[in-house]
Design a binder for this molecule. Structure first.
Ligand code: GZL
Length: 337
């Protein structure tokens, strides 16, 4: 078959096109991808033996605090953690902040912070977050944004204050006046208890005066002495709301010296320590609102979950009750703190 000179090149180009477009795809230049491998084994789970936990304790101001410290040290020992980085800030926020910064430098796994006061933590919590060290707020609360820490575990301080108010409402149905011996100024415990107390106290019961005893027995004595100089026990006031047992024991010293007898006044305290139970046995306290310091086991469990990338509840409140003199004698020998 003759093909014209014009048609021939067209046929050649067309033929070439067909060859290229049908030709099998050129062999890949790189070697074929290896068969997919198994996903990487999950990272080995951390255990307590891998844990370095920082606990910059706020102080040693009360029997409650002593029991809280013991709970952390004993639990760390029992679990066999790698290291508990413990320090005592002597109730000074600047010391706590320095201790947290030292733990950040040390690259601890978790920081458990029992804040002495509510405010002033944003900067150091931001530093911990930037260092990718999770923080658990323990016991008292902070005003810093919740995005700066993993969780808060502690008591509902407002409820504790409300429970104390309910006791005075029951004991003083016809009203009267009470004094308040409050905890450390600006602390979540004192702020919450005072708030709750005022939430629920009957309007016919007046808060005659309120002074801080900084949660210590020693500082409560002069505060109670000054109250007794200014007001007549039983006449000007019939009751006292005391934010912790240690200050209650200090107040009792001053009341005894002024000739006040057990039962002359309606006294409600907070914590439920052995000292508070003894004060109920002796007739000084009419009720003791529980505040549990034994938080160590729960905090270490939360810390291990954080180390293994697990989420934890952002807020863990401890279940508490109110103790009364009628059971105090029987329960006193069983008290753990
Ligand atoms: C409350 C705690 C308080 C106690 C005091 O959770 O922070 O501090 O009530 C202690 O005894 O000093």
């Amino acid at each position: 078959m003759k093909i014209s000179r014009v048609l021939l090149p067209v046929l050649v180009i067309a033929a070439l096109f067909v060859i290229v477009s049908c030709a099998p795809a050129p062999a890949p230049t790189s070697a074929p991808a290896a068969a997919p491998t198994q996903p990487p084994a999950a990272a080995a789970q951390k255990t307590y033996k891998d844990m370095t936990l920082c606990y910059p304790q706020l102080g040693a101001e009360s029997d409650w605090r002593t029991a809280n410290t013991a709970s952390f040290k004993e639990t760390a020992q029992t679990l066999g953690i790698k290291q508990l980085v413990f320090s005592d800030a002597q109730q000074k926020q600047e010391n706590q902040i320095s201790a947290v910064r030292a733990c950040i430098q040390q690259k601890v796994d978790v920081i458990a912070l029992p804040p002495v006061v509510e405010d002033g933590w944003d900067a150091v919590l931001t530093e911990a977050k930037n260092a990718k060290i999770p923080v658990i707020i323990v016991d008292r609360s902070v005003s810093a944004p919740k995005t700066l820490y993993a969780s808060h575990i502690g008591s509902d301080m407002v409820l504790e204050g409300e429970r104390a108010a309910a006791e005075f409402n029951k004991m003083m149905p016809n009203g009267g006046a009470v004094l308040e011996l409050s905890g450390t100024t600006g602390s979540g415990a004192a702020v919450g208890r005072a708030k709750g107390f005022r939430n629920k106290l009957n309007p016919n019961i007046k808060i005659l005066d309120s002074q801080t005893g900084n949660f210590t027995r020693a500082e409560a004595v002069p505060v109670m002495q000054a109250f007794l100089k200014k007001y007549k026990a039983g006449t000007d006031f019939q009751g006292i709301f005391i934010h912790n047992d240690d200050m209650g024991i200090g107040a009792i010293e001053a009341l005894k010296a002024a000739g006040v007898k057990p039962g002359d006044l309606k006294i409600v305290s907070v914590d439920g320590t052995r000292g508070g139970f003894q004060a109920m046995v002796d007739g000084w306290f009419q009720a003791d609102v529980e505040c549990n310091p034994l938080l160590g086991p729960q905090v270490f469990e939360m810390a291990l979950k954080l180390m293994n990338g697990q989420t934890i509840d952002p807020e863990v409140l401890t279940n508490e009750t109110v103790y009364y003199p009628d059971k105090a004698k029987e329960l006193l020998p069983t008290r753990k703190y």
